[in-house]
Design a protein around this ligand. Structure first.
Ligand SMILES: [Fe+2]
Ligand SMILES: [Fe+2]
Length: 456
């Protein structure tokens, strides 16, 4: 594999030069040219050239190359910085793909992170179809674990705030701030890692899971709308505590199956004002967070909602975001007196509220953000299996990560593994593809059991 090593030297050299000169400089072009011709030559013979890094050892094709770290300094550094595990060049590689490859690898990581879909999307948008990239699985697992920790921490924080309110104390905002800023961090890094968790619905403890889910959905929508990080924090805090005014609402009203009678409804309608009172008296809390508690049941077109005395006011954009997240989570939550409604069905129902209850622009962004197959969608595969979408795929929306819930025989699978619909079979075709969604979610499935298991 000496020729491969030589090609790599040119790539590495090119990257070094790229940090010194602007794109298109003859010094870079020379290196690109040379590496391209060497790689093309190899591809004619071997069809593919695979470069990987495993535990700091560079692998060329399938052989470890221990000297590589000495002469591939810049290349290795960029591999590490971008957390790339493996790059495979395929036959048919074009020179312009090589140019794109250099540009992306040489770009600062923060530039790439802000692009939706990250590194893979940057590759796709430049049409680098003959260069396939794989990122470290470990990194993905780390962020998934962090997301789960944040979910549990948020439940704990809420529990604490609610107990303080019940005791008549004024809760402090510091713990809430802490967990929300972590949540914002994950959303900025990879919102798919945490969005899937919003399918965890607490049937016994509706208020808790509902509040955490609404905060995740709201922060993710805020991010999709390009709100600054400080606003995302205030939005997240307000969203997590939006129903805090229900703390002292009698439990039988909060949990009542079916419609509330007039007196019960009146009690229920007090929660925005009560919540606002609690939030605005908390020290160091931003007005936006308190506005959210007060305004989340007011309609976008200002003609209806509650508190009645607030109808007609200009609401905070963050309240309009929470209103969307709130309704979505409520619709997709199974409650004793209604059937489960899947994400796509929920969005259809919400579409009817656009322009009246919901802000049209925000709703549009919400739908785009959730993707064609939002986390929590049950899909039928061409293999005959039924799977749960756990993690959408921005770069390839039709190929999310799923867990098989029902096997070919229609039997429920025990502890299914997370698998990517991008996986290829031996015939170089995707092993599984989605053929459609399954509308009716089965009542005996608790989706959270598939989302919470630690081995994913
Ligand atoms: Fe509410
Ligand atoms: Fe709510």
């Amino acid at each position: 594999m000496e020729r491969a090593a030589e090609a790599l030297k040119y790539i590495s050299g090119g990257l070094k030069v790229r940090t010194l000169y602007p794109a298109g400089h003859p010094a870079i072009m020379q290196q690109v040219e040379k590496s391209y011709s060497l790689i093309s030559e190899l591809l004619r013979e071997h069809k593919r050239l695979m470069l990987a890094m495993v535990d700091d050892v560079f692998i060329i094709q399938d052989e470890p190359n221990y000297e590589a770290s000495e002469y591939l300094g810049d290349f290795l550094r960029m591999f590490k910085e971008k957390k790339v595990e493996r790059v495979t060049f395929h036959e048919g590689l074009e020179k312009k793909e090589m140019d794109g490859f250099y540009e992306i690898l040489a770009a600062p990581m923060n530039e790439i992170r802000t692009t939706e879909g990250g590194l893979q999307a940057a590759f796709d948008s430049r049409g680098l179809t003959h260069i396939v990239l794989e990122r470290l699985e470990k990194e993905k697992r780390d962020i998934d674990m962090l997301a789960r920790k944040i979910y549990t921490d948020a439940l704990d924080v809420l529990d604490h705030v609610i107990s303080e309110v019940r005791l008549g104390k004024l809760p402090t905002v510091d713990k809430t701030q802490e967990v929300i800023s972590e949540m914002v961090g994950v959303v900025l890094e990879d919102k798919n890692a945490i969005l899937g968790l919003t399918m965890i619905k607490g049937y016994d403890n509706y208020l808790f899971n509902h509040s955490v889910n609404v905060s995740i959905l709201a922060v993710a929508l805020g991010e999709a709308l390009d709100l600054p990080e400080s606003t995302l924090n205030d939005l997240g805090i307000g969203a997590l505590l939006h129903d805090i005014g229900k703390t002292n609402t009698p439990e039988d009203i909060v949990k009542k199956p079916g419609k509330l009678d007039e007196t019960e409804w009146e009690v229920m309608q007090q929660h925005p004002a009560l919540g606002h009172e609690i939030l605005s008296s908390m020290k160091d809390i931003h007005k936006t967070s308190a506005d959210i508690a007060y305004e989340h049941h007011l309609r976008y077109d200002k003609t209806d909602g509650y508190p009645f005395e607030a109808i007609g006011r200009d609401t905070n954009p963050c309240s309009q975001i929470v209103s969307i997240a709130d309704i979505y989570d409520a619709i997709t939550t199974l409650r004793p007196y209604k059937d489960v409604i899947g994400p796509n069905e929920a969005l259809k129902i919400m579409k009817k509220l656009v322009g009246t209850t919901l802000n049209p622009d925000y709703f549009k962004n919400f739908v785009t953000m959730l993707g064609i197959y939002p986390a929590g969608t049950l899909v039928r595969l061409d293999t005959g299996e039924v799977a749960l979408v756990c993690r959408p795929n921005y770069a390839k929306p039709l190929r999310p990560e799923v867990k098989i819930i029902f096997n070919l025989e229609g039997e429920k699978t025990a502890s299914p593994e997370l698998l990517s619909l991008e996986e290829m079979g031996d015939d170089h075709r995707p092993e599984r593809s989605i053929v459609g969604t399954v509308d009716s979610v089965f009542r005996d499935i608790d989706l959270s059991e598939y989302l919470e298991s630690a081995e994913t």
